[in-house]
Design a binder for this molecule. Sequence first.
Ligand code: SAM
Length: 259
Amino acid sequence: MNNENKEPIFEFDLTLIADFFRALDRQGPGGDEQTIRALGFLPATGPGLRVADIGCGTGRQTEVLARHLDGTITAVDLLPGMIEELRARMKRTGLSEKVTALVGSMDELPFGDEELDLIWAEGSIYNIGFERGLTEWRRFLKPGGVIAVTECSWLAPSRLPETAYIRENFPDIGTPAAKVRILEKAGYVPLAHFVLPQHCWMQNYYAAVAARIPDFLEEQGHSPAAVRMATLMREEIEHYCAHGTDYGYVFYIGQKPEK
Ligand code: SAM
């Protein structure tokens, strides 16, 4: 498969992207078990935690956080469609009281210094950049607060030859060791990192993406932009099928040191 000369997904009109992805249960690779596993590395989960879920999408992981943590969560996403779906999800699941959902950008978050116990970002920090996000968001954490993010990383010792898909979608890709060094340099003590298994991509995410394509094309009247986007999504899945042992999401969990 060749992804040369294809535009990355984020060059599409935001409404088109929202229309495609808001219908999905999750907007990126992940899994409830992995969210819970990452939560297991929190040093203390006392009552009344203040949590931010950044780039929350329609809130699959927000729901897991809300069920497992004693506290309140502010979920932030750039796309209003995601926030609408997240609010509907919280209503459906009876979790609305624990979750406030806001439209906003991760480079201009509405938090004060040392306000948060926990920052969560599954499949989203790449939008601001791993290093920049870790660095800029640190001030929002209380001393001893924790950050947990997933980030695309090289998994194979041999490394993948950098395809256009990787260059365009994951320009910051690096090994887990290099990512942990960035985490440390940004001022965190690394608590843990672990690789998300392949079913988090194939069963939990790409199966739904593939199933969504026919309805999406129908809804969009097979517009050229919709057809191009569907083609890109299919190519992304093929790329993962061909190279998915070489790259994947890794959960990185770090703690802001106590003063
Ligand atoms: N966390 C969700 C999940 O794992 O299902 C969503 C992951 S999805 C790959 C990335 C999310 O980041 C999208 O919902 C997108 O709208 C959001 N996003 C992109 N740029 C953003 C920004 N600048 N500020 C806030 N959210 C952003």
